[in-house]
Design a protein around this ligand. Sequence first.
Ligand SMILES: Cc1ncc(COP(=O)(O)O)c(C=O)c1O
Length: 390
Amino acid sequence: MPSQLLSDRILEIGFSKIREVMGKVEAAKRKGIAVTDLSIGRPDFDTPGHIKEAAAKALAEGKVHYTASAGTLELREALCHRFQEDYQLKIDPAEILVTTGAAEAIFIGLMSVLNPGDEVLVPEPMYVYYPGYASFGGAKCVPIPLQEENQFLLKADYLEKFITEKTKVLILNSPHNPTGQVFLQEDLEPIARLARRHNILVVSDDIYNGMLYDGVEHFPIAKAPGMKERTLIIGSFSKTYAMDGWRIGYLIAPGEVITQALKLHQHIVSCPNTFVQVGAQAALTAPQDCVRQMAAEFDRRRKALMARLDGIGLPYVRPRGAFYVFPSIKKFGLTSARFADFLLEKARTAVVPGDAFGPQGEGYVRISYCAPVEEIEKGMDRVRSALAQL
Ligand SMILES: Cc1ncc(COP(=O)(O)O)c(C=O)c1O
């Protein structure tokens, strides 16, 4: 088919470079090569049993038909309860849309507020799909380079330099993929003041908020004065409850945004999957021990990985959330793509090249600790031997 028949909009966006790494890992495995996969960005745990049982029961009971487009009232009420309990944040069910993962929540949220010519500020390195979402909305993604020497954190005075009269949205992601950093209340409050002063909306992608270490706490920016009415909270069950394949997440936003986003949501999915919503409700209403247990295990792996990195002498900013470390590989003089290929070939260990997260990620690789400690240690020992050859 002649490519002129394709839309400019679709040709503008690209594929995820993380998926390219997955392809290489698959190809190696097909050749019978055992690879330690530290490239994946999803928990390797099974979904907790009580969640699976609730969904299986719903299926057995015939909960197989459409629900309300916004998601069942029971699930939205369970979300309100969790936000109240975890963050003392009062949310109304009318401010929630249950979506097909956080991916859909970001998409419909942004499509509901962006106009052609708008600018979307995003700290870089950034989650791979943000530029594509902005482009779909006809907007320009404006990266804000995060610096290793500033712990990859964002400060309001630095952010202000990137604001123009076209700035409509600031996307924040904390805990952060790929650096594992957590934006703290002391930095978020001045950022919130800026957002109010310049009339900017904040999309707060909080999907890793269940994974925090070293005693740091998640501060939802919507809690800052005057921010609830200008914040779109993006949430997901994917990471917190090891439910990435279930495809369920949510958008929490001011009622006006939800009303408009609901139209697009109806156009593309009608409603979220029915029995998956029952599983998600069970996840929220049961005691949260499974979340704490998974986070404790991630913490053990984080420490094991940091010990190996220290041994190898790869510098990194100590991660405090999510399940990623973002070490610098600058001293080896290779591009991050070549470095990742080298590790896959010589150390049979897969990591993601930092440039997958934008040019600011060049000179780094993302290592995830979604694998058992022994596996991480074996893979990193091979990395050590391979790097000794460089
Ligand atoms: C920062 C960030 N936002 C959103 C998503 C999408 O998550 P979901 O599986 O809920 O669609 C991911 C997935 O890795 C992510 O890392």
